[in-house]
Design a protein around this ligand. Structure first.
Ligand code: SF4
Length: 682
């Protein structure tokens, strides 16, 4: 901690996106009064995007929840903690006793720390259910599955700074210049050294301006583009035959499948000219070191896992993994989405990705947790939890730091589902739209009001100390969970987040050498860090892959059309995404005056030719309607999207009223990126 004349400077990390940018919080008389930049931080090198700059607004906001609240016929009633936690324990216990452990479900949070998510899933599993998940299910579950089955680890292969060593950067489904801005600096450095940058996106975004080659594909056609590129690479002999022979399995099957997707076929599906598909394939394959950067533009589809698998196939075919400047870099969503998954806040995985149902993985955990019983079957995912609640199969739901009413697809159905629960408890820092449905609301501390570790998208685990006190009687999530566990009779033996991390190092092999003391030195450690003398592993898959036999898997995937495509009744294709000034469902960023002033409400981008045909002008209010519901937004006319396509940010209530809940069959992620839609002027 540093001090100036009047103010204390407290090092911390940004609570918004997964980059894990560092900065100093300026404190005066126990209050956050500003920020100071941290030029020495290896990820952001001092700079912050508008959200990072506005982070203190969350801490000082008058809307912060300060006391436990019980819903009564006369409105919210303030409770003492003792009363609130006794009630939560009683309701969870009754539902479990009367309807069995699988009548309970737990939704963790990629905004909460590793220790909090570890504890959360442990409580769920000690109560006998694997119905525990987190919001990664809505953004990058397809990364976990797709990279897991090809490379053996569902995580970014190389650190962000290594992008500057790439000779070719292939960006697909990511607008990082707006949404992960620190990444743009590394790509610009690569460009300064002569790198060729390819950007594949249905929209022309600020990231497109970095591109040497722009591929404007139709939404949902990524597999066809990737297969078309791989077809060229195989047929022109541009693949790395030695790498494929020595380090992969499955090439004959992939080669055969790729013959069905020549550049002309890919062009018909994607709308990209064959010559550009060929150009992209040659540039990527011929580069000395090439990276693929992707984000939710490819993961939030019913083919999300296939999209990720195809990205890994492309990298493996060309030997572009496991060395400097060559890798596959998924840019994750929330600040701890990687960590929440590593900690096992996932329906199908225990901490460290042992599969639920695998006797060996369960055996290890039973020994560590000193229990003789753990769930033997995977539980319900976040998307399935909402569905099961709607069907009356769930009785009680515990939500920690997640606004599912606004973040899940088809939000009207989510609202109905929450109403049909016998008991809903929501633990959060603000009264979100989800909390409004709760029977009991528990006020939590924000990131700088507690201690713990967070894992960024590049697998960097960083520790933050508590900088200031939470407002009113709000408590750190870990403290709330420990008090609840005591009421539930689970008797968990920790006092601090450091104690929980000590257990995590035994449960999650890649965190084996991580301690609070080590994480506090410098800028954390990059996993795998298996023992106390290990320095961490910036580049994964050097020499061998994380699969049991050390070989990666080449897995062919076929193009499948989105679940819903435009038709005469719903003639527009609606796609959704982010903007620089807001974050996720907006529960935090919409409370920042600075951010809200610049981006105050829901808008929809429409191509000028469509607007002209429908006599829509800039700023007109439009009614958008899909088969799920309707909402209103302000028209923005722009050539950044193609004719027939609409774009809306998902940071405001209303967008997910429109999106559909068709799921990727493996990752169970909804297809947020494609909905058939119609519009009219209000
Ligand atoms: Fe950095 Fe992301 Fe925070 Fe912006 S939102 S400052 S890019 S961590």
């Amino acid at each position: 901690m540093k001090t100036t004349e009047k103010r204390t400077l407290h090092p911390t990390i940004c609570p918004y996106c997964s980059l894990g940018c560092g900065f100093f919080l300026e404190l005066e008389e126990g209050k956050a009064v500003g920020i100071r930049y941290m030029p020495e931080h290896p990820v952001n090198e001092g700079s912050l995007c508008p959200k990072g700059n506005a982070a203190p607004d969350i801490l000082n906001h008058p809307d912060r929840l300060k006391y436990p609240l019980l819903k009564t016929e006369n409105g919210w009633k303030q409770l003492e903690w003792e009363e609130a936690l006794s009630l939560a324990a009683e309701k969870l216990g009754t539902a479990r006793k009367e309807n069995g452990p699988n009548s309970l479900a737990f939704l963790g949070s990629a905004k909460c720390s590793n220790e909090e998510n570890y504890l959360f899933q442990k409580i769920a599993r000690l109560l006998g259910t694997s119905n525990v998940d987190n919001c990664a299910r809505l953004c990058h579950a397809s990364t976990l599955i797709g990279l897991g089955k090809t490379l053996g680890a569902g995580a970014m292969t190389n650190p962000l700074a290594d992008l500057s060593n790439s000779d070719c950067v292939f960006v697909i489904g990511s607008n990082f210049a707006e949404n992960h801005p620190a990444v743009a600096r590394q790509v610009l450095r690569a460009k300064d050294k002569g790198a060729f940058v390819i950007v594949a996106d249905p929209r022309l975004t600020p990231t497109s301006w970095l591109a040497d080659l722009t591929l404007r594909l139709k939404p949902g056609t990524d597999v066809a583009l990737l297969n078309g590129m791989m077809h060229v690479i195989v047929n022109e002999g541009l693949l790395d035959r030695n790498f494929v022979r020595e380090k992969t399995e499955g090439f004959p099957g992939l080669e055969q499948a790729l013959q069905r997707c020549c550049p002309e076929t890919a062009s018909r599906i994607t709308g990209i000219p064959p010559s550009e598909i060929i150009k992209a394939a040659r540039a990527y394959a011929r580069a000395g070191a090439a990276s693929i950067v992707y984000s939710m533009g490819i993961t939030q589809h019913i083919s999300g896992t296939d999209n990720v698998t195809a990205c890994a196939d492309l990298a493996l075919l060309c030997g572009q993994v496991g060395r400097k400047g060559a890798g596959v870099l998924p840019l994750r969503g929330q600040n701890n989405v990687q960590g929440a998954c590593d900690m096992g806040a996932l329906a199908e995985f225990f901490p460290g990705y042992g599969k639920v149902g695998d006797a060996e993985a369960a055996g290890r955990l039973k020994t560590l947790w000193k229990t003789d019983k753990l769930p033997e079957k995977p539980g319900l995912t976040a998307t399935e939890i909402a569905e099961a609640a709607g069907k009356g199969k769930l009785k009680a739901l515990y939500v920690m730091g997640e606004d599912l009413v606004n973040s899940h697809a088809d939000s009207s159905r989510v609202r109905e589902a929450l109403e049909s629960l016998d008991f809903l408890v929501v633990q959060d820092i603000f009264m979100t739209d989800t909390a409004e449905y709760a029977d009991l609301v528990l006020p939590a501390a924000a990131w700088a009001e507690k201690e713990g570790s967070f894992t960024s998208t590049e697998r960097r685990v960083q520790w933050t100390d508590r900088a200031l006190s939470p407002p009113g009687e709000a408590k750190p999530d870990i403290e709330i969970l420990l008090l609840l566990a005591e009421k539930l009779g689970l008797g968990l033996p920790y006092r601090t987040a450091g104690d929980v991390l000590a257990e995590i190092s035994g449960a999650v092999p890649s965190y084996g050498g991580m301690t609070k003391e080590r994480l506090k030195k410098g800028f954390g450690l990059i996993w795998p860090c298996p023992d106390s003398s290990h320095p961490g592993t910036p580049v994964l898959h050097v020499g061998r892959f994380k699969t049991p036999d050390g070989k990666a898997r080449l897995i062919p995937v076929e193009y499948q059309s989105p679940a819903e495509i435009p038709d005469p009744d719903y003639p527009f294709l609606l796609t959704t995404g982010r903007v620089v000034l807001h974050y996720n469902a907006g529960s935090m960023s919409r409370r920042s005056k600075a951010l809200l002033e610049k981006e105050p409400g829901l808008f929809v981008e429409i191509h000028p030719s469509d607007a002209k045909a429908m006599e829509i002008g800039e700023g007109n209010r439009l009614v958008l309607e899909t088969r799920r519901g309707k909402t209103e937004a302000t028209a923005r006319l722009t050539g950044k999207i193609g004719p027939g396509v609409l774009f809306m940010p998902f940071h405001f209530p209303g967008t997910n009223v429109l999106t559909g809940d068709a799921l990727d069959r493996e990752a169970k992620i909804p297809e947020f990126k494609v909905s058939a839609c119609r519009i009219r002027r209000e």
